[in-house]
Every structure is written in C-alpha cells, then in structure tokens.
Design a protein around this ligand. Structure first.
Ligand code: ADP
Ligand code: MG
Length: 699
C-alpha cells in the first residue's frame, strides 16, 4: 500500500460517522447520533433501519457473518459468529440482519467466568450493542462491539463498568466545570493512549517450547552469554522480517480505524513497542484488544509468534503497557493542561490535586488493578515500577506546588508569588531528558502515565479504577464548592490542603532504589508485593462503598470479580506447575539421561582400552550431572506433592496464597536445577531451544 493511499484506506472497514451520515436516512442518523451522544434508548424501528444499512455495507466489504464482540472477564475478547443467511421459503436464501440482532444477542454464556454471579441453571447472559464504539468488518465478519451482562443486569465483562466509570467521571467533572463557568461543556471524557510492548520470535522455535505454548512464558532457561547488557536493541534498526510484520499490522489496524502511530525496538532483544494516538477510553480499550489480537494473528502469517506475556524470559526485561490518561472536554480542552488565564490555571490545579488525592486515597485499588500472576514477575523487579504506588511530578511542578502550599515565592524563571486563581502557570513542556521511567504514575506535562500494567492486560481495569477514584474526589470537592459563599477562598483552601495532606504520594526519586521501599513504608504508603496480597483490597469496604456510590460496580459484582481474579491466579500457577512437571518428565530427564549414558559409555570404552587412559573430565562431569539429577528428582517430586496438597485448601484466598507460597516456590527451586543442568548438557542432547536460540530466532 503506497503511503499516499493510507488516508483513503484509513477506517475503510469501519461503520463510522462518515458512513452513517452518508448511508442512513436523515432521521435515523439523527436518532442514532442522539443515542451515541446521550446514551439514550434506541427505538426498534431505528435499530431495524440501522441494521439493514449496516448489513448492506458489510456485505459490500465482503462480510457473510456478524458477531457480537464482547470482553468477558478472561482478559481477551469473545465472539460467536452467525451468518446473515435466512431461508426465503423457496429453497434459497436471503441476507438478513434485524434491529433485534443488532441490539441484543444471547450467547450461551455458561462457560465464561462469572464469579458466582450466574449459576449454571440461569446460564444465559446477553450482549447489548455499544453504539459509542463503531462496528467494523474483519475476516469477512461484521463485528459489533457489545457489553455483556447477566439476565439480572449484572456486568459480566469489562466494557460495562468502563462505560459506567466514564459516566461517573463525566458527571463529577461537569459539576466542577460549572463552578468555573464552563457552561458550554456538555461532556468530559477520559482520553487514553496505551503503549503496547511485545516480543516477536520465530514460530518454529516457539512451537518447540511447551511452556511458551501453554503458559506464554518460559519456565526454564539459563541466561544466555549475551542478552540486553549492551542495550543495543533499544531503538535499534528494525530487521526486515519485523518491519514486514509491522507494516502489515499497521495497514490492518489503519483499515480498522486504529491510529497506530509509533513503533520501535525495545530494550530486550526481540522486544518491540507500538503506540496508537490517544482516544476516548472506551474506544482505546476496544482498539487495544484489536491490537493484541492482530499482533498474534499477523505474526503467525509471517511465521512468527507474538508473545504478549509480561515476563516471557527470566533475567530479560519483561513487557509492560503504559496507559497515558487525561481528561478532555467535548470542546477539545485537556483539563490536565495548564491554561492561559489565571482562572483556567486554578481549574487545572484543582483537577491536578484531585488526581493526587485519588491516587493516595486509593493506592491499593490501583495496585489491584494491575495485579496478576504474570505481572508479579515485573512489579518490584527493577525493570518495572515498584508495587508501591507513587506520583512523579517533575522538578518544576513540584516547586510550584511547594510555593503554593507554603505561600512562598516560586523561584522559577519569574520569581513570582504563586496565587491560585491569580497567577498564570507556565506550561510544562514534555521533557525528554527528565523522564523518570521508574515511576509507576508520572505526570508528563498534560497527562498522567500509569506504567504498572503488564503487556497482556485489558486496559479496562486500571481505567475503571482511575476514572472512578478521580470522580470520587471531584465529587467531594464539588460538594464543598457548590455550597461555598467565597468560591475563590475555598478553592484555594482545597488546593493547599490537598497538597499538604497528600504530598506523601509524590516521589520524584528513583523507584528502583531499595531505599525507596523503606522511605515509602515510613510515609505509610502501601506495598502489596504479590497478587494474593493485593487482591483482598478490592473488597475492602471503603473501596466497595466508593464503587457503589458512583454506580460503577454493585457489591455482588465486586465480590464476583474478586473471586474471578483469585481463581485466575491459582489456575495460572497450576497450569505452569503442571507444564513444568510435564516438560521435566518428557524433555529434561530424557536429555539428562541421554547425555549421562553417552558419558558413561565413553568412560567404560576408555577403560576397556586401557586403565591408564584418563577419564577425569568425563568422571567429573558425570558426577556433577548425577548429583544434579538426584536433586532434580527430589524437587520434581516435591513440586508434584505441592500441586496435590494445595487441593485440600477450600477458601479461595487461602488457595491462591498456597499457590504462591508452596507451589510457586517449589517451581522456582526446580527451575534452578534445570537451568544449571542446561549449562552442562551438550546441545546435541538438550532438546528444547535455549534463551540464546529463542531471543535471536528472528534474523
Ligand atoms: P513515550 O514512549 O515517550 O511515553 P509514546 O509516543 O510511545 O511516548 O506514547 C505516548 C502516548 O501518549 C501516545 O499513545 C499518545 O497518543 C498518548 N497521549 C498524548 N497526549 C495524550 C493525552 N492528552 N491524553 C492521553 N494520552 C495522550
Ligand atoms: Mg514509550
């Protein structure tokens, strides 16, 4: 595709605004627009016309099927395809798509996680069209983005609470904006740009690693002689095979309306990143799911495998996902950008300190939103931000806030007395030299960047938390300010008080430094190191009440999610343990025995020739391998026993803890022996690809 054509093909497979306007009858278009803008109910006659027009358009694009596309709590998307065909009564078919089929679907949903929300006898769930996210055609199918709920209306997916959190944030932000006289703003939404990291390796090599196939990460692997030490991969020249993959990925994403923008090699060998241009949270979430899906399917076409796991290789940087998050109005104003007038600046400061307070008050919730078995390998492991949540501000803004809090002079270029609502703040240029990459949550000039997510995450979870906790604090501010008799004074008091009370969450130093852990503890910040430690915070009553207050989750929904997260953790470790046992039995032990046999035969042969020939090397090697083999056997048995013993635990939290404390620990012990054996066994006998082979498999 020549570059000049990108602007023509961009969004060509999307039933977007332009297509709707062109193809829908005027009244239908208007009604649909109203539904999209205000979330109002869609009448069936409108839906019928929209469906019919959509179907004709999709057929022109080659579609034969349609699917309600949804995001159950598996972290990935789900789809069930139905063709458009319907019998015409004379043995032939017509292509049909009704408004009812567009608006609502009833997938047999009994096998999706519900955390007890849906018992099997009432297994039906339903999907409901989300008209705020455009339908699109992919793989000869019309995809309709939908929310997924139980029959009693409880959310079984990520989209429903995300949309609710956007509404909560909109409602509270508008209350604040009214107070500043911004009456023309109709809507405030969260804007999100997710940066996605991933690994690309050769498919043949991938297929030889059962751990990568079943678990997405390697469970064994000795350190290669060269990995990322020289930092020569970061921003390095992109190899042809990778470039061809990236090109096809971009083209397909563009057709689907995803604004793929930046791509580069990352720190680890075989690691890359893709970032799209930011867009509304709901769309960004759908698009990020598409990005992950297409990365996998397009990689396969290029004989590559795309690894989205957050830690595929031990000792090599894992993959994360950064969510760039800001608040913008329907007039295109970014509320996290300092304005040009004193009033705009006062407003900016209020939103800014609202985020501080929200992050400080609900540190635990943000931590939970990025908790998973995979991400436990990264957070706190000196490559990703620590499990301690803190905010990075940068020197200039820090100084300004200090001056505000203490009524001192701001000693920047101007040396001025900072006064809320009376001074104009400087804009904070995106400073590329002072990028603190160790901070979990950094202010980068006009947005915040949450850097704690694992690469395989749905971005919905952390956005739901961010949106809701900020909505909560804005509502507290609005409650005070709406009843204020002296707006300026109360505003100033709120800003100062919030800085004072919540500055413990601000940390501009090195998050990887061990001294930070100590300091954070002294500041009273929470440090929930592992998933089982973090998850109970989700159902802490303060957090449950907050979500209920903003109608984002019901109590039932929160408890069910908590159960799903716990279960997911235990299942993940269980699959990893079983895969390890399988690989040791079927691949590692045969390799070790094969080499031992060869060595033993060599020793015997040599001795048969003459007792004087030295077998010193072989003896020593065989001795070492034999001792390690014994240890291997013991640790294998121990791991096996732990996987059995854990089944006795009934409580789901205790179950997850047992997986962490018993099974996972036993896995680590077993891995140590295997990795040591790998360094001794000849390549001829070692029958699984090594780290060196995997990481350099794409040439
Ligand atoms: P870096 O790697 O330097 O952090 P990238 O260019 O890789 O930056 O990604 C930055 C991301 O931030 C992009 O997705 C970009 O669209 C997004 N972004 C920029 N401005 C905003 C904003 N106001 N709100 C949300 N996201 C934004
Ligand atoms: Mg980046």
């Amino acid at each position: 595709m020549a570059n000049c054509r990108v602007s023509e093909t961009f969004g060509s497979m999307v039933f977007n605004e332009a297509v709707m306007k062109e193809r829908l009858p005027r009244d239908i278009y208007k009604a649909l627009k109203k539904t999209i803008a205000n979330g109002t109910h869609l009448e069936l006659d409108v839906a019928n016309v929209a469906a019919s027009v959509m179907k004709d358009w999709a057929i022109e694009k080659g579609a034969t099927h349609f699917t309600h596309w949804f995001q159950p709590m598996t972290g990935v998307t789900a789809e069930k395809h139905d063709s458009f065909i319907a019998p015409d009564g004379s043995g032939r078919v017509i292509m049909e798509f009704s408004g009812k089929s567009l608006v609502k679907g009833e997938p047999d949903a009994s096998s999706f996680p519900s955390g007890g929300l849906r018992t099997t006898f009432e297994a039906r769930g339903y999907t409901a069209w989300d008209p705020t996210s455009y339908a699109f055609v992919k793989d000869k199918t019309l995809y309709i983005p939908t929310a997924f709920c139980s029959y009693s209306g409880e959310a079984l997916d990520n989209k429903t609470p995300l949309l609710r959190s956007m509404q909560a944030l909109n409602h509270q932000a508008l209350r604040i904006l009214r107070l500043f006289g911004m009456t023309d703003v109709k809507r405030v939404s969260s804007s999100v740009g997710p940066e996605q990291e991933y690994f690309l390796i050769d498919k043949e090599i991938f297929l030889k690693r059962l751990d990568l196939i079943y678990c997405g990460r390697t469970l064994f692997g000795a350190r290669p002689p060269k990995s990322q030490e020289m930092e020569d991969h970061y921003f390095g020249a992109i190899k042809h095979r990778v470039a061809a993959f990236m090109q096809e990925l971009n083209e397909e994403l563009w057709k689907l309306g995803v604004m793929a923008k930046t791509e580069h090699n990352e720190v680890a060998p075989a690691q890359h990143e893709l970032a799209p241009i930011h867009t509304e949270a709901n769309i960004a979430t759908d698009h990020n799911q598409l990005v992950m899906e297409l990365m996998k399917s397009i990689a396969a076409k290029h004989n590559l495998a795309c690894l989205l796991h957050e830690k595929p290789f031990s000792g090599v940087n894992g993959s994360g996902k950064h969510i760039n998050w800001s608040l913008s109005t329907d007039k295109g104003i970014n509320l996290l950008e300092p304005g040009d007038t004193p009033c705009e600046n006062a407003q900016f400061l209020l939103f800014l300190v609202a985020v501080f307070k929200a992050v400080d008050d609900y540190q635990d919730l943000l931590r939970v939103s990025v908790a998973s078995a995979g991400n436990d390998h990264r957070l706190g492991a000196n490559e990703a931000p620590p499990a301690i949540v803190s905010i990075f501000l940068g020197d200039e803004l820090n100084e300004i806030l200090n001056a505000l809090e203490n009524d001192t002079l701001y000693l920047g270029k101007e040396k001025i007395q900072m006064e809320i609502g009376a001074t104009v703040l400087p804009h904070f240029p995106r400073d590329t030299t002072d990028r603190n990459r160790t901070s979990p949550f950094a202010f980068t000039g006009n947005k915040f960047e949450l850097r704690m997510l694992g690469s395989s995450f749905s971005i919905a979870g952390p956005i739901i938390v961010l949106n809701t906790i900020v909505a909560e604090v804005l509502s507290q501010f609005a409650d005070i300010l709406e009843n204020s008799t002296n707006f300026k004074e109360d505003l100033s008091r709120i800003v100062k008080r919030t800085i004072k009370e919540h500055k413990r969450i601000i940390f501009n130093g090195n998050g990887y430094d061990p001294s930070w852990v100590k300091e954070a503890e002294e500041r009273g910040l929470s440090n929930l190191k592992t998933t089982p430690e973090a998850l109970p915070a989700f159902i802490d009553s303060k957090n449950v009440e907050m979500f209920i207050r903003h109608k984002v989750f019901s109590r039932n929904e929160m408890h069910s999610r908590y159960e799903i997260l716990l279960e997911n953790y235990s299942k993940t470790i269980n699959i990893e343990a079983l895969t390890m046992i399988d690989m040791v039995n079927k691949q590692i032990i045969p390799s070790v025995l094969g080499y031992q046999k060869e060595l033993a035969e060599l020793i015997l042969n040599k001795r048969a020739v003459s007792a004087d020939i030295s077998t010193c090397l072989e003896d020593e090697l065989l001795g070492k391998i034999s001792r390690l083999s014994e240890c291997l056997k013991k640790r294998l048995d121990y791991l096996y026993e732990q996987t059995i013993a854990v089944r006795e635990v009934k409580d789901s939290l205790e179950f997850a803890r047992a997986y962490r404390e018993k099974v996972f620990m036993a896995m680590n012990e077993l891995r140590l022996v295997v990795d040591e054996l790998e360094t001794l066994i000849s390549s001829k006998h070692w029958n699984i690809p090594t780290y060196a082979e995997i990481l350099n498999s794409v040439t």
